[in-house]
Design a protein around this ligand. Structure first.
Ligand code: PFF
Length: 434
């Protein structure tokens, strides 16, 4: 028998779950180092403008498509026009490929929680990280463990699993983040870190940076893979889309900025290069934590914070294909969760081994991990978002009326949706190909 379609038990639960999806490694891990590489404050300013005026449009599209059609991503596009069913599938394939590399990082986080808890703190994190990530057994085991942790909540259902997990983890996450950010500000020389974040250096402004900021904004808002369509499909009919979209943008950005406030003062106080790239979180910061008086406390707190951020995003990556499998293969939620976990488990193993055993196995000069990251973040994400805007703008009649009642706002929204945003996204896509 088909299960009845779930609905969020309150609007606040929807907002928390959507923030849980949006706030992830993208905010805590990627945002600070991309900002470090792109000149700090000028990047932040560009990012804020783009997210508030450009990314809000596809975000509204996904929320509205979910709310109008009240079904999974594949059927939502099928209902718009049966010709678009393939695109629903493409979104699902995208959202299945993302956890295949994202959960590898989740496994690293579990390992770091363990080494700090067990007081196995290495002397040299550079050496430790490269030798640990090249191992076979432990990293694979922890990737799969992280997968199970993300699958268990959607397995239990929308209200008793997803909602509950987010309602517990997200407030704890916020408290930890605020605590660590306040601690960071009290460090000597924290001023330099804050100046780096908040004093724009206009000479660093360039086209490449704009496109990087836009790509980051799409990734962090979980746009372009049907996640927001799926979460939006559990919304009540009377939900205000634009208000929900800006609430999500506000909190997602606030958390990314707080993550910066937590990281840059520490980085400057201990003279670490702010543009240390992806290794900032797994090498530079742990090295600093190890030097602090309460190293175990700070290490565990920081990696649990990262863990909550990654799990709540992981849950949404699992829920989107699960909802699609339930509707399209007519199977139970539990069965869908198990099948999906097996698929992701199989693909994520070679991705985990990309740092050791399979490090020389390359396709287009990229390891499996890098290829998954590149194909999804740089190609599929902007491409899917472009198609979503085109379909919403050109194939759904009076679409903008779902978002605004005011005629002038409708016109502006239509022009942005049909012409401006597709051109901008095309540019992101072309730059991603380079
Ligand atoms: N928005 C998440 C982050 O910033 O880490 C990433 C993400 C979540 C990507 C959910 C894809 C997804 F389906």
């Amino acid at each position: 028998m088909k299960e009845e379609r779930a609905q969020w038990s309150s609007h606040i639960s929807f907002i928390i779950a959507t923030i849980g999806s949006a706030v992830g490694l993208g905010n805590i891990w990627r945002f600070p180092y991309i900002m470090g590489e792109n000149g700090g404050a000028i990047f932040l300013l560009t990012y804020l403008i783009l997210i508030a005026f450009i990314c809000v449009i596809p975000l509204c599209c996904e929320l509205a498509i979910g709310k109008i059609f009240k079904t999974d991503t594949i059927n939502a596009f099928y209902k718009i026009n049966p010709k678009f069913k393939w695109f629903g599938w493409l979104c699902i394939i995208t959202v299945i490929l993302i956890p295949c590399f994202y959960f590898v990082v989740g496994g690293w986080i579990l390992n770091y929680i363990w080494i700090f808890l067990a007081h196995h703190i290495p002397d040299n994190f550079t050496r430790y990280f490269s030798s640990y990530s090249a191992e076979i057994g432990m990293p694979c085991f922890l990737t799969l463990l992280f997968l199970v942790m993300c699958a268990i909540f959607p397995y239990r259902g929308v209200n008793s699993g997803i909602e509950k997990a987010n309602n517990i983890m997200m407030p704890l996450f916020a408290v930890m983040l605020i605590f660590l950010a306040i601690f960071a500000i009290t460090l000597p020389d924290s001023q330099k870190g804050l100046e780096f974040m908040f004093t724009p250096d206009f000479s660093k402004f360039n086209n490449g940076m704009i496109l990087t900021a836009l790509g980051q904004a799409l990734f962090t808002l979980s746009i372009g893979m049907g996640v927001i369509i799926t979460y939006g499909s559990y919304l009540k009919k009377d939900t205000n889309i634009i208000k929900s979209a800006y609430t999500l943008i506000f909190f997602d950005t606030l958390i990314a900025v707080l993550a910066g406030i937590m990281i840059f003062p520490v980085v400057f106080s201990y003279n670490v290069e702010p543009a240390a790239g992806a290794t900032l979180i797994f090498i530079s910061l742990p090295e600093i934590f190890a030097k602090l008086p309460c190293s175990v406390f700070f290490g565990v707190l920081f990696f649990i914070l990262l863990f909550f951020a990654a799990v709540t995003s992981g849950i949404s990556m699992m829920e989107t294909p699960i909802a699609a499998f339930i509707e399209n293969f007519n199977i139970s939620r539990k069965k869908a969760a198990v099948i999906l976990s097996v698929i992701i488990g199989i693909v994520s193993i070679p991705a985990t081994l990309s740092f050791g055993l399979l490090s020389s196995f390359k396709i287009f000069d990229k390891t499996i991990f890098d290829l998954l990251d590149f194909t999804t973040s740089n190609l599929l994400l902007p491409f899917n978002t472009l198609i979503i805007c085109l379909i919403a703008g050109w194939s759904i009649k009076h679409f903008s009326k779902e978002i605004f009642k005011n005629k002038i706002y409708n016109k502006i929204f239509d022009i942005l949706l049909k012409f401006i945003i597709p051109i901008v996204l095309l540019l992101v896509l072309i730059s991603g190909l380079k």
